[in-house]
Design a protein around this ligand. Structure first.
Ligand code: ADP
Length: 685
């Protein structure tokens, strides 16, 4: 699983980087596209605005051209009506029609291809009589107009009278003899197109634009400049408009004085686009970096989890598996297939139960499942789990603040085996101690009995017989009699010493036997109503001799109380406590006090001995524990007394506690249940 996730994360990182690169390219391309489309819009706005202005200008020029050309039509019409018009009449007519139009250079009429009428007469009289057929250029224009049957404008032309102008020709037809139209001749108008256009432009947009007006021939080569700058034709994207007047074919080209604006990077549009694009790219890479570092952190975590020796698993608040390491899956060999991300904990357990993963659940699967789910929902620290393959797993579960359950599982099989072996060894030791103590107690009891007998004067029949034989034989010499008596006394003395040692040995053996029973849980008590004063008196009587020998004051304070306790076992406890107090106290006193509460009676044994360090207080109730074994060696003991005493106190529903100050002394408090039917005490008792 972790490998699959690591691969997935690596692929995600690669995809993320690729996506970021592609998005960056897309943003850059988009920025360029947006910039050029905004530029296009700007250009077309400019063109539209320019076109509107130029259309207005064109209409003005068209109107002026039209006015000029209509002069020719009027002359033509007048000639149709009066073909035999004299020069004088013609001059008057032409003046009245065109006298105020400064663009008109001349108005002429030719009948039968010879110039017959001219206006203004003075400037043009020299060309009267010219035969147009002698001028092929002129003739072509004339023929064109005649063939068209309508006015044709041509130009620019080098004029016969000098200069450049445009010429409009109008065929004049008169009624023929047979009622049809007969060509009378041609009326022509030469005008200064350049002046006309310049006057029309005046102060309008001329200064903002470079203009070019051309007259269009049928072929491109025939296109000729009427006005303006010829270079406009080769300029980029000129605005192009056609003139619309009959007989002429003009084109109007215009470009702004400094050409169309380029898409400069410094344009506000482009600056805004560049800033937005830069922000978008920064955001893309920021997201990419965040995703990468998140992935890296997750990968690091996964690797760390994988490196853990034990099993690791994480479940969400709903009990679904969020993450786990390979060691976890390996531990649960019979439900490994169910262990995958997103799987429910209950389903994993059920698969395990179905495959016999948990030996402790066999035969009580549903109950086991309920308990395990409850523990999973409310984890209570550590517990051990046995698996079908004989392994033991120590499970430690905790819930985090957001409800995620973290579970760590350590294989403790070796530990468990060692623990079982230790328990087995302990049991064997206890059994051995019990058997040994038991075997020792019988001969020891016999020894003590006999020693006590031998030590008592006159208790042995042989001693009695020897004493009566001596009494009956007065002539036994005195030295012999003294020697016999000395021997008897020495035997009694020796036997007392042997008896003390034998009794001590018996006490130790008894202690070991009791401890064996404590370990085996076989120690029993028989509680009854007991007089505390009597119990204390019995114990102090037994220990009094020892206290006296050490010069220690043994005193009992008010012992007026009754308890429900086993008298023999309570006596044993008190003997241990008082015995220890005397044993460890070198000088001073041992005090026994009693305090009766409602439910319990406290019997406290306080001494002025060496005291016990705080760090040792908890340990002295452990079997075989002795605070300072060297000093204890001097004092003697097994280290079992307090362990047995506490166990006996608890078996009787009481307790045994200690408080102590080093150098001041110790206080052992035995708490026993108070008896509520105390017998009446007689006065003086
Ligand atoms: P033992 O007396 O046989 O060593 P116990 O179980 O009775 O074993 O006591 C355990 C240890 O507790 C003693 O070895 C001693 O170190 C300490 N101890 C018990 N009673 C006293 C006391 N009254 N004052 C100081 N130390 C004590």
């Amino acid at each position: 699983m972790p490998n699959a996730i690591l691969r997935k994360r690596a692929i995600e990182t690669l995809i993320g980087t690729t996506l970021a690169v592609l998005l960056t390219l897309a943003v850059v391309a988009g920025a360029f596209k947006l910039s050029s489309s905004l530029h296009e819009d700007r250009l077309s706005d400019l063109r539209l605005q320019g076109t509107l202005e130029l259309v207005e200008l064109r209409e003005k020029i068209e109107a002026d051209v039209h006015t000029t050309l209509s002069s020719l039509r009027q002359i033509g019409t007048a000639l149709q009506i009066d073909p035999d018009m004299s020069q004088a009449e013609y001059s008057d007519l032409a003046f009245s029609i065109a006298g105020k139009n400064s663009a008109i250079i001349n108005l002429a009429a030719a009948t039968d291809f010879r110039l017959s009428l001219v206006y203004p007469y003075e400037e043009n009289s020299s060309i009267l009589g010219f035969d147009l057929r002698d001028y092929p250029d002129q003739l072509a224009g004339v023929t064109q107009a005649v063939e068209a049957g309508d006015m044709i404008v041509a130009g620019p032309l080098d004029l016969v009278q000098g200069g450049v102008g445009s010429i409009a020709r109008y065929p004049v037809f008169v009624p023929g003899d047979e009622g049809d139209d007969r060509l009378w001749g041609i009326a022509s108008l030469v005008f200064d197109h350049s002046g006309l256009i310049a006057a029309a432009i005046g102060n309008s947009i001329g200064s903002d634009y470079r203009l070019l007006v051309t007259s269009d021939g049928l072929r491109d080569a025939d296109r000729r400049t009427l006005f303006g700058d010829i270079d406009v034709r080769s300029a980029a994207d000129p605005i192009e408009l056609d003139f619309d007047f009959s007989g002429g074919d003009w084109t109007f080209l215009a470009v702004p004085e400094n050409g169309w604006p380029s898409n400069a990077i410094s344009h506000p549009h482009n600056i805004a686009i560049a800033v937005l694009a830069a922000l978008a790219i920064v955001a893309i890479w920021l997201i990419q970096i965040i995703m990468r570092s998140r992935n890296r952190a997750e990968v690091q975590l996964l690797r760390a989890v994988e490196a853990i020796d034990g099993g690791f698993a994480m479940f969400d608040a709903g009990g679904r598996l969020l993450s786990f390491n390979a060691a976890y899956a390996r531990m649960y060999d019979r439900c490994r297939d169910a262990i995958r991300r997103g799987a429910r904990f209950e389903d994993i357990l059920r698969t395990g139960l179905a495959n016999g993963q948990y030996p402790d659940a066999v035969g009580r699967e549903e109950e086991w499942l309920k308990d395990r789910l409850e523990l999973h929902a409310h984890p209570r620290g550590e517990f051990d789990q046995r698996l079908s393959n004989g392994r033991w797993v120590r499970i430690s579960e905790r819930r985090s603040e957001d409800g995620v359950l973290v579970s760590i599982r350590v294989d403790v099989t070796e530990l468990k085996e060692a623990q079982a072996a230790a328990e087995e060894a302990n049991r064997a030791k206890t059994d051995f101690l019990s058997v040994l103590s038991h075997e020792l107690r019988t001969p020891l009891s016999v020894i003590t009995g006999f020693v006590r007998l031998v030590g008592m004067e006159g208790a042995m029949p042989e001693s009695r017989r020897l004493a009566s034989a001596l009494a009956e034989t007065p002539d036994v010499p005195l030295p012999v009699r003294s020697a016999i008596e000395a021997r008897e006394s020495s035997i009694a003395q020796t036997m007392r010493t042997v008896l003390r040692s034998a009794e001590h040995l018996l006490f130790l053996v008894e202690e070991m036997l009791d401890f064996g029973q404590v370990e085996a849980g076989k120690l029993t008590v028989r509680p009854s109503n007991c007089d505390v004063a009597a119990l204390i008196a019995a114990a102090t009587d037994q220990c009094g001799e020892k206290a006296r020998r050490k010069g220690i004051l043994l005193e009992t304070e008010n012992a007026d109380a009754w308890v429900v306790a086993d008298p023999k076992r309570t006596h044993q406890i008190l003997l241990n406590l008082i015995g220890n107090a005397i044993k460890f106290t070198e000088a001073g006193s041992v005090r026994i006090s009693v305090e009766a509460g409602d439910e319990a009676v406290e019997i406290a044994v306080s001494d002025s001995g060496p005291g016990i360090a705080v760090s040792e207080l908890g340990k002295i109730f452990e079997p075989f524990y002795q605070v300072d074994s060297s000093s204890v060696r001097r004092a003697g003991g097994t280290g079992l007394g307090l362990a047995i005493a506490r166990n006996l106190a608890e078996l009787q529903g009481g307790s045994l506690t200690v408080s102590s100050t080093e150098g001041i002394g110790s206080r052992f408090a035995l708490l026993l249940p108070r008896s509520h039917d105390e017998p009446m005490r007689l006065a003086g008792e």
